[in-house]
Design a protein around this ligand. Structure first.
Ligand code: NAD
Length: 237
């Protein structure tokens, strides 16, 4: 069955792999992107690309209206958009902290709340939040990012309790280090140090994160809610 799927930040990296996986499975997929142009490969797959900054509720509302118009109410939401602004605590400005929280946590709140309007009406829905192993373990220089990603677990589990009886599931995928633009900023030395800590001794490919998300959105995962699934090569265990 073809579902209306929305992936935030679906123009590159992990979000792109997730959008591709749903589109190839025959779903009606929409992505949001913040800037630039959506990738050709998604347009070719019939994916609807909507420009939307998730820190702006008005833009979120407009994006949902466009998706609903073209694909119907969102049945599967993947809240993937996120940013880092890494620095040590004593160098971290209030703006560095607030902007990461405003995107990763409050931005997720904005898109989840709006999706639930349709999901409550439909009496079903699937929500998958992309957290991070860093949210579970912490990481020096990433206190803003780790706090925002840890908070997603409490957010998802609260909603799993609040809305389970409405047949809406909320699950979290916590990736380890994935080969994307976000991690390209690391030096070879930093990458080697990370890989040395990972039992599977390598980075993840974005498709490996997408596989867990696809599973959580599938019928096979109908009885899974409030779960945090690590896809981290064993780093967080
Ligand atoms: P990326 O930087 O390649 O992509 C991030 C996406 O989020 C982009 O599409 C960007 O446009 C979007 N985005 C950022 N701010 C936005 C805003 N205000 N409004 C709308 N969209 C916005 O990063 P990625 O590695 O693909 O990361 C995707 C998600 O996975 C993020 O939430 C990230 O925190 C998480 N994650 C990544 C890794 C990793 O190693 N790459 C590990 C764990 C978790």
């Amino acid at each position: 069955m073809s579902r209306s799927v929305l992936v935030t930040g679906g123009n590159r990296g992990i979000g792109l792999a997730i959008a591709r996986a749903f589109a190839e499975a025959g779903d009606k997929v929409a992505i949001t992107y913040r800037s630039g142009e959506p990738p050709q490969e998604l347009t070719a797959l019939g994916v609807l690309a909507v420009r939307c900054d998730i820190t702006d509720s008005e833009q979120v509302e407009q994006a949902y209206k466009e998706v609903e118009d073209k694909h119907g109410a969102v049945e599967v939401l993947v809240a993937n958009a996120g940013i880092t602004k890494d620095t040590l605590l004593m160098r971290m400005s209030e703006e560095d902290f607030a902007s990461v929280v405003d995107t990763n946590l409050t931005g997720t709140f904005r898109v989840v709340k709006r999706a639930n309007r349709g999901m409550l009406r439909a009496k079903k829905g699937r929500v998958v939040l992309i957290s991070s192993v860093v949210g579970l373990l912490g990481a020096g220089g990433q206190s803003n990012y780790a706090a925002s990603k840890a908070a997603l677990v409490g957010f998802a589990r609260s909603l799993a309790r609040e809305l389970g009886s409405r047949n809406i599931t909320f699950n979290v995928v916590a990736p380890g280090f994935v080969d994307t633009d976000m991690t390209k900023v690391l030096t070879d030395e930093q990458r080697a140090a990370i890989v040395a800590q990972v039992p599977l001794a390598r980075y993840a490919q974005p498709e490996e994160i997408a596989a867990a998300v696809s599973f959580l959105a599938s019928d096979d995962a109908a009885y899974i809610t409030g779960a945090v699934i690590p896809v981290d090569g064993g780093l967080g265990m």
